[in-house]
Design a binder for this molecule. Sequence first.
Ligand code: FES
Length: 102
Amino acid sequence: MKPKHHIFVCMNQRPAGHPRGSCGSSGAGSVYEALAGEVERRGLFEKVQVTGTFCMGPCDRGPTVVVYPDGVWYGRVKPEDVKTIFDEHLDQGKPVERLRLS
Ligand code: FES
């Protein structure tokens, strides 16, 4: 079955002190775990897929999260934002504006 939403999380890790920074060093691992945990808690295995990726570009504003098919990009996502993304974006179809990358 094709998932309704596919959430990509940049997991790229650069060495400490690298000038571009990285999502991995900004807490992407915790965000991935929170997203996967929320899918499990809500029993959404067939509807929402979470996938870790390499660099998607906006490294200095990571962790970067992209929600498809909507093509909505989020930056500086924290684990505590995950519930809001599910409640407002995935459930109600309203992207979380305060997290959106311009
Ligand atoms: S390291 Fe995550 S967007 Fe580049």
